[in-house]
Design a binder for this molecule. Structure first.
Ligand SMILES: *Cc1c(COP(=O)(O)O)cnc(C)c1O
Length: 406
């Protein structure tokens, strides 16, 4: 990017500009927390209302077939596949990211009984590490979790490692790991790899099959804009689908769920990783977000997120310590800075209409969702951040309280 990027010129040339109007944009707010909870796609309000009033209200239980509710997990999963370099029959929408991690981790470990170790990285998203602890505990025996950071990670890939679990884009720093290289390295050591795409999907170009990925999970409510608590997704490469078995062997993953048999027989394909009844209202909202992301295209979204990030960093300059990579090619959809008063700065910005967020211990994050945001508003927000820091406007007791959820 040139030293003096002009937001107005970038907006005028933005191929994704028309998507802004597809989202609710409450007045007086610049929303830079789409990496935490994506904004509302306007179509979702009407579509959910129709499913409630017409499909549920009038079709009642018949809706499972007449409105293909039963097909929603595979249908929406098939659409997400188009954003992450997967085939439609490799992706399923189900449960939460945490639950999907558990299912895939246990299944992968059970498929590698001779290898005791699941390897991951300290500082990755907490639920990932917690679920790994729980998975290892439930597997019992010699199984153990090994956490290695940075340069210690790859040397730890030995014949003992059954599975490597990593977040592709880091939730705090926004740094993007090299999926192709790490996957190849782990597979050369005989391990499987599970990628958490929660902070990547919809904002970073992901090519699972191009990287020969084994397993992945991801979140529906961040850059896919699926709504609060939207169901998550999971990916199982075709070559693994018939050898992995879900430890949460619920009836929706049964080969014949409506035969009401006593014994469990896993469904063929990725469908075996379903567990219980899918949340149709939440899936309806998620599908609206996913359709917008598909229409925009993963490459164009990733390119805009990078340029938005470059613009933001350029305007902040050296006013704040950088927590995210400066290089857009190594950065996900948010920018992050460190400051001892990061929490108060974020509160001060929220009071001025710019919603970002804070992460322990001293990091402020600004999510740059490519579809709902313009370059001009992102530039204004960055300028406001610099002004708040420079004038110490955050240095006020009003901004020092701690909310429960931020
Ligand atoms: C947001 C996020 C999750 C969310 O997990 P839930 O079970 O949906 O609450 C998991 N992992 C990562 C890396 C995330 O960023």
């Amino acid at each position: 990017m040139t030293p003096a990027a002009d937001p107005a010129a970038l907006d005028a040339a933005d191929p994704l500009a028309r998507f802004r109007d597809a989202f609710a944009r409450p007045g007086g707010v610049t929303y830079l927390a789409g990496n935490s909870l994506g904004p509302l796609p306007k179509a979702a309000a009407g579509r959910v209302a129709r499913v409630v009033e017409v499909e549920w209200g009038e079709s009642l239980v018949r809706g499972w077939n007449s409105h293909d509710w039963i097909g929603a997990p595979a249908r929406v999963g098939g659409k997400i596949a188009g954003l992450i370099g997967a085939e439609p029959d490799e992706v399923l929408v189900a449960d939460s990211t945490s639950a999907n991690l558990y299912k895939l981790v246990v299944a992968a470990m059970q498929a590698r009984p001779d290898r005791p170790v699941v390897l991951s990285a300290p500082g990755d998203f907490p639920t990932d590490l917690y679920m790994l602890e729980g998975a290892v505990r439930s597997l019992g025996g010699r199984r153990r979790l090994d956490l290695r950071s940075g340069e210690d990670l790859e040397p730890a890939l030995s014949g003992e490692v059954a599975l490597l679990v990593l977040c592709q884009t880091h939730y705090r720093t926004g740094a993007v790991r090299d999926m192709a290289a790490i996957t190849a390295r782990a597979q050369a050591a005989g391990a499987l790899v599970l990628w958490d795409l929660s902070h990547s999907t919809g904002v970073v170009e992901v090519d699972l099959n191009g990287c020969n990925a084994d397993l992945a999970v991801g979140c529906g409510y961040k850059y896919l804009n699926g709504g609060p608590g939207a169901p998550a997704f999971l990916f199982v490469a075709r070559r693994h689908q018939d050898s992995l078995v879900s430890p949460l062997s619920g009836w929706f993953g049964h080969a014949r769920p409506f035969a009401f048999e006593d014994g469990y027989e896993p469904a063929p394909g990725v469908a075996r990783f379903a567990c219980g009844t899918p949340p149709i209202l939440s899936m309806t909202a998620l599908e609206c977000g996913v359709e917008l992301a598909l229409e925009a295209g993963a490459a164009a979204s990733a390119a805009k997120a990078r340029t938005l990030g470059d613009l933001f960093l350029q305007r902040v300059g050296d006013a704040l310590a950088l927590e995210c990579p400066a290089d857009g090619a190594r950065r996900g959809g948010h920018v992050a800075f460190r400051h001892t008063d990061a929490h108060a700065i974020v509160q001060c910005l929220i009071a001025r209409g710019v919603i970002g967020d804070y992460r322990e211990p001293d990091v402020m994050r600004f999510g740059l969702s490519p579809l709902p945001l313009s370059y001009a508003e992102v530039a204004r927000a960055a300028d406001l951040l610099v002004e708040v820091v420079r004038t110490r406007a955050y240095d006020d007791p009003a901004f020092r309280h701690r909310a429960k959820v931020t």
